[in-house]
Design a protein around this ligand. Structure first.
Ligand code: NAP
Length: 323
């Protein structure tokens, strides 16, 4: 008897004969907002949440730039409020992870570890994850001085010294933004040439609060309750040093969660889904919203807006099928 994991899962897989109007993948701001709009269009959307409700935003202690919350709101609290609002209008949620899709033709097939669903339209809002350094102390001190979002967390570093890791547009753009709060921003880059655009390079070089450490990597982030210092290594000389700092902002790229769509959907070289101006992918009835297709803004309000747009488009698409 084959007792392998795959076989056991295969035996348990339940096929649902119902064809859903809309399945939404992911429950970050884009997915939850799409759920609200699709629910209010009486489509009874079905959301497969993935591992985290609220997406990356749920990792942020305080969101102070989402309109309507003058005193700020916790990231996970905002996610719960989004969900509650969508449920009020009939959105259905299932805490499950999609493992496979078949987007050859409609109805599209969505598989999780134990279930199979079919749907006329699909909204993909599976988000992206910041790339990690994978050094000691990074995970333990995330939210305690280690951050992946200057716009979210910069305010907490008023009058403090921080380091920024990376040499791309994000590192420089966020580094420049962070000088609004921090007294000094030290950009640590693993090479002696920046990847960022020339205009951002010039702005960063001209900024008196920004300095650079070249050819250097962070080997460890240290601190008891919060970040206190970083252990650095010069990649050319091998020399190590300890630098005191209050915060470590890491911007070494983002990876969209699009692996399972590779076979079916157009994406750019970094794996972000390509959509037209109305959130349509290259497959009819398949839409994408939020960071899974947006490497630039990375903001809750923008992802939520895109989710709403995708749901409106899905509604129009379904109306077109009925005509
Ligand atoms: P990116 O362009 O991929 O740059 C990542 C940076 O991190 C690179 O400098 C890279 O070094 C460094 N890096 C990667 N892995 C590292 C590691 N393990 N340790 C240390 N350093 C590491 O990512 P991004 O800056 O997030 O930008 C992503 C995309 O969004 C780009 O297309 C960018 O142009 C775009 N973007 C545009 C704007 C804008 O137009 N205003 C703003 C933000 C982002 P190397 O250079 O040595 O590879």
């Amino acid at each position: 008897m084959d007792l392998s994991f795959e076989n056991l899962i295969g035996n348990e897989e339940k096929q649902n004969n119902k064809i859903e109007n809309v399945i939404i993948l992911g429950a970050g701001p884009a997915g939850l907002s799409a759920a609200l709009y699709a629910a209010r269009a009486e489509l009874s959307p079905f959301v497969l949440t993935g591992m985290t409700l609220g997406g990356q935003a749920a990792l942020t202690n305080a969101i102070e730039n989402y309109p309507g919350f003058p005193d700020g709101v916790g990231g996970s609290e905002l996610g719960e409020l989004f969900q509650k609002q969508a449920e009020r209008f009939g959105a259905r949620f299932e805490f499950d992870v999609v493992t496979e899709v078949d987007l050859i033709s409609s109805p599209y097939v969505i598989k999780t570890y134990g279930q199979e669903f079919r749907t006329k339209t699909l909204i993909i809002s599976t988000g992206a994850n910041p790339n990690y350094l994978y050094v000691p102390g990074e995970k333990e001190l995330t939210g305690k001085g280690v951050s992946y979002c200057g716009t979210c967390d910069g305010w907490f570093f008023k009058g403090k010294k921080i380091v920024v890791v990376g040499g791309g547009d994000s590192a420089l753009e966020e580094g420049i933004f962070l000088t609004r709060f921090a007294t000094s921003v030290t950009i640590i880059h693993r090479r002696d040439q920046l990847r960022a655009s020339k205009i951002l390079q010039s702005r960063a070089m001209e900024n008196e609060r920004i300095s650079f450490i070249w050819d250097t990597v962070v080997k460890e982030i240290r601190g008891e309750e919060s970040v206190e210092s970083v252990l650095l290594e010069n990649v050319k000389s091998g020399e190590t040093s300890v630098m005191e700092t209050d915060g470590v902002f890491i911007f070494i790229g983002n990876s969209p969660n699009t692996e399972i769509f590779k076979e079916f959907l157009d994406m750019d070289a970094e794996g972000f889904l390509i959509v037209d101006a109305n959130m349509h992918t290259n497959k009819p009835g398949v839409f994408a919203a939020g960071e899974v297709m947006d490497p630039h803004y990375k903001q809750v309000v923008i992802s939520a807006g895109m989710g709403a747009a995708a749901a409106i488009e899905a509604t129009r698409y379904l109306e077109g099928l009925e005509e």
